[in-house]
Write a protein that binds this ligand. Structure first.
Ligand code: ADP
Ligand code: MG
Length: 580
């Protein structure tokens, strides 16, 4: 613990020297005591000195250009480490900028804590017009799991402890911690300060599933003729990688991995049904969900993509309220995934019947067919590049570096990359998550580099990158091993829209033939303009090996994309009065 020393008032006449600490130091000490050693944020009133002192105390403090990206970084740090990521912001506007990321973390079940300075309570509550006045606690509440405010230095320890426990226990999520400006300079006796800190013991306690729930699930699974397991990012988050692999291999059941769960088991695993996704969704009769919600990303468990076959669902999740959220769950297994999968694995015993060959053969045939079709597309060497040509090059880069982290956002750039780029290791794919939010790329890439030290490849649509592009300065400033590839097709979805009146650019297009690579050069990084898959492959491989901040402008055919990528069905279109 760090201490500010002050001579006691009585000291001038030979009194004792008293050790004091203050709010700044107590916040830092409370975080460090709980193993939190990194802060993502943007400095300013009233938390500038908190950042400075944290850095002086050996914490890693990563200062961003905009709070939203610091917040996205904190969320991803939480996802990767199971320890809440910290985002530190100033009051009102900075707080609001961080709030998008806090809500995103809560939606995605990422543990993070948004710590914001705030202005004087007394003035805020009487609405007398303080500097950056805002009742931040009230505003944050509906967007996070829990929200706390600390008014007294002696409560900092307990406040930080509550925030940590709320973020990581049960279903993880975002927590807001409000620290008014007046708190920071408050002093207290150092020894009392030390004693006021709380080390959170067992912050995310194991939640053991009921044996009867495990038996029920195994009974349903055993009755299946066409079983399927779907892993979501909750399963990746749980870090129960070995038990999950054992369960899959011992049961012999085919599996799908949701976007961020890709690589939990290698996408090239013989039981992976990824390349036969639509077939297995339609044809399966028992589906076991592990850390995956039946939300829009799985068509709510019903409708066309699930086919005519009646299904029984088994769901493994830590959140009891998740069960029956969209369809009936025949066998709910509530608990943490590590404990649940271990119990299910034990229950498989030694004589678990392998799934009928008719089912696995049908899947394998479909996979072969689809993989063959894709291989042809990936080989295309057209100039300008189409999405598949460019992605074929990046697929090889990741295959050659399976421990690198892939960040991915955009519309077509996201949807096609998800299918094309195989992942080989858990928690290596970071993307737009449950909301499909654009602009997470640079924050995720920075957190991935900081938390893991591994090379990061961020594959970005030109539009998605626009939401967070200024953070390339942050990447250069901290000299992070991040290679950003912009799929530049001159616009959103495609670069060919026109204003029917001829007055302005079309609403979805950007400046034609922009050179995003020059942005990186402006900050001392490496910029490359790539027009062929070969050039792209060489530039990205070099960047990944050197670890130098790099931005590759990949020139993509502006006619290549489709409206809204793969989710055009969610985009209502006007049929009235449109010129053909
Ligand atoms: P995806 O989008 O990849 O399908 P979701 O975010 O929809 O994944 O689902 C993740 C689910 O995982 C959530 O329902 C969440 O409650 C659950 N979850 C997160 N962490 C754990 C854990 N450690 N144990 C059990 N369930 C978890
Ligand atoms: Mg585009």
């Amino acid at each position: 613990m760090t201490i500010v020393t002050k001579v006691d008032q009585a000291g001038s006449s030979g009194g004792t020297e008293q050790e004091l600490t203050d709010g700044f130091h107590l916040v830092i000490d409370a975080l460090k005591l709980n193993g939190i050693n990194t802060i993502y944020g943007v400095p300013g009133i009233p938390i500038t000195d908190l950042g400075r002192l944290a850095q002086a105390q050996g914490m890693r403090v990563i200062s961003f250009r905009h709070e939203q990206h610091a917040g996205y970084a904190a969320g991803i740090a939480g996802y990767l480490t199971k320890t809440p990521g910290i985002c530190l912001t100033v009051s009102a506007p900075g707080f609001l900028n961080g709030l998008t990321a806090l809500a995103n973390a809560t939606t995605n079940c990422f543990p993070m804590i948004l710590v914001s300075g705030s202005s004087e309570r007394e003035v805020v509550d009487l609405q007398q017009g303080d500097y950056e006045e805002m009742d931040q606690l009230a505003i944050a509440k509906p967007l996070c799991k829990a929200a706390f405010r600390v008014l007294h230095a002696e409560d900092i320890g307990i406040g930080v402890a509550r925030a940590i426990r709320a973020a990581v226990s049960g279903r993880p999520g975002g927590v807001y911690l409000d620290l008014p400006a007046k708190l920071f300079p408050q002093t207290m006796e150092a020894e009392a300060g030390r004693k006021s800190l709380v080390q959170v013991i067992d912050p995310a306690p194991a939640q053991i599933p009921a044996p009867s729930a495990v038996d029920r699930a195994l009974d349903v699974l055993k009755s299946a003729k066409r079983p399927l397991i779907i892993f979501g990012k909750g399963a990746a988050y749980a870090q129960a990688d070995e038990a999950i692999r054992d369960f899959v291999e011992k049961s012999g059941i085919p599996f799908l991995q949701m976007s961020m769960a890709k690589g939990l088991l290698p996408d090239v695993h013989p039981q992976s049904a990824g390349a036969a996704r639509s077939t297995v969704l339609k044809e399966s009769d028992v589906v076991m969900l592990v850390g995956a919600r039946l939300n829009w990303l799985l068509s709510h468990g019903k409708g066309k993509s699930w086919g005519e076959n009646p299904k029984k669902f088994i769901q493994v999740d830590i959140e009891p309220k998740e069960m029956d959220s969209n369809v009936e769950i025949a066998a709910p297994v509530v608990g943490d995934i590590g404990s649940c999968i271990s119990a299910l694995l034990d229950g498989l015993g030694d004589n678990w019947p392998t799934p009928p060959a008719e089912w696995t053969d049908a899947i394998n045939a479909k996979k072969e067919q689809n993989i063959g079709k894709m291989a042809l597309r990936l080989k295309k060497n057209s100039i300008p590049m189409d999405f598949h040509g460019a992605l074929g090059a990046l697929r090889t880069v990741i295959k050659e570096r399976p421990d690198a982290i892939l960040v991915n956002e955009g519309a077509n750039t996201l949807d096609l990359a998800r299918g094309v780029i195989d992942m080989y290791q858990p928690r290596k794919r970071l993307d737009v998550g449950t909301w499909g939010v654009m602009g997470v790329g640079m924050g995720s890439a920075i957190a991935a580099a900081v938390e893991t030290g591994k090379p990061v490849l961020a594959v970005e649509g030109d539009s998605a990158f626009g939401f967070c592009g200024m953070e390339v300065e942050t990447i250069c400033r901290y000299d992070l091993p991040v290679c950003v590839v912009i799929f530049n097709n001159n616009g959103i979805y495609r670069g060919t829209d026109q204003d029917p009146t001829g007055r302005d650019p079309g609403t979805t297009v950007f400046v034609k033939d922009s050179r995003y690579d020059k942005m990186m050069e402006a900050f001392g990084g490496v910029g490359v303009n790539a027009t062929t898959p070969d050039e792209l492959y060489r530039a990205v491989s070099e960047a990944m090996d050197s670890g130098k901040p790099t931005l590759v402008n990949a020139v993509i055919d502006p006619t290549a994309g489709t409206e809204s990528g793969r989710i055009g069905n969610l985009n209502p279109q006007s049929v009235v009065g449109k010129k053909k």
